[in-house]
Write a protein that binds this ligand. Structure first.
Ligand SMILES: [Fe+2]
Ligand SMILES: [Fe+2]
Length: 225
């Protein structure tokens, strides 16, 4: 085992870091305070798992998939500063923490570039890790993310998230296809409403899938779009 392998920082190290625990928990408290959907350890964990899985299923190196898992876990940590600018704030916070943990500079560059490019309209897929984080983040649409308890106070984001009963990201390496499969209860939100807020996100997913040499598809209630 080489020195760099001994020093390789894993998702497990990052998840257990006291600063990461606090900042992500506090980021979500702030999102809840302003009526946003869940952006805490649940969302971090799901995006991390899906980002790793996308790269693993497409045959990327194990270490690259680990970096996607780390970037996925940390991508919304900057919401602890403010929702506006959370992309840049999160990248700089990750830079500081990962440097302190001893991660190699080239790996930190990959992780903070992925965090810094995960959101529309300024984010672009700039690496496989970044592309995986974008798709994983946009796939996490689910009723369990709604933090507003009174349906009367639901905004369009809450209504759409509330309507999604099931979401699954299917990666077909042979067909070079990545498909977001959603089951939407249309009594809560229409498919049109879904597209009203997700059209920019879907454009970014198409670009990210292209970067990975795949096509991005959506299937809503069994219908391919
Ligand atoms: Fe974000
Ligand atoms: Fe996110």
């Amino acid at each position: 085992m080489t020195t760099s392998e001994v020093a390789a920082i894993t998702l497990k190290d990052v998840r257990h870091d006291g600063r990461v625990r606090v900042y992500i928990a506090r980021a979500n408290e702030q999102m809840q305070a302003i009526g946003y959907t869940e952006h805490g350890h649940r969302h971090a964990g799901i995006v991390s798992t899906i980002a790793r899985s996308i790269l693993t299923q497409l045959g990327h190196a194990e270490r690259e998939a680990e970096l996607a898992a780390i970037a996925g876990y940390l991508h919304d940590m900057g919401c602890v500063v403010n929702r506006v600018g959370h992309v840049e704030a999160g990248a700089m916070m990750a830079y500081s923490i990962l440097t302190d943990m001893g991660m190699r500079a080239d790996e930190i560059a990959t992780v903070i570039g992925a965090i810094g490019n995960h959101e529309e309209p300024n984010g672009l897929p700039i690496s496989a890790v970044s592309a995986a984080v974008i798709i994983a983040d946009k796939s996490d649409v689910h009723f369990s993310r709604v933090q507003v308890s009174d349906p009367v106070k639901f905004d369009i984001h809450d209504r759409v998230n509330h309507a999604v009963q099931k979401s699954y990201l299917r990666v077909d390496e042979a067909a070079r296809a990545i498909t977001l499969e959603l089951t939407i209860d249309t009594t809560h939100a229409s498919v049109t409403e879904y597209f009203e807020i997700f059209v920019l996100r879907m454009v970014l997913c198409h670009r990210a899938a292209d970067f990975l040499g795949c096509k991005f598809h959506m299937n809503i209630n069994g219908v391919n779009l």
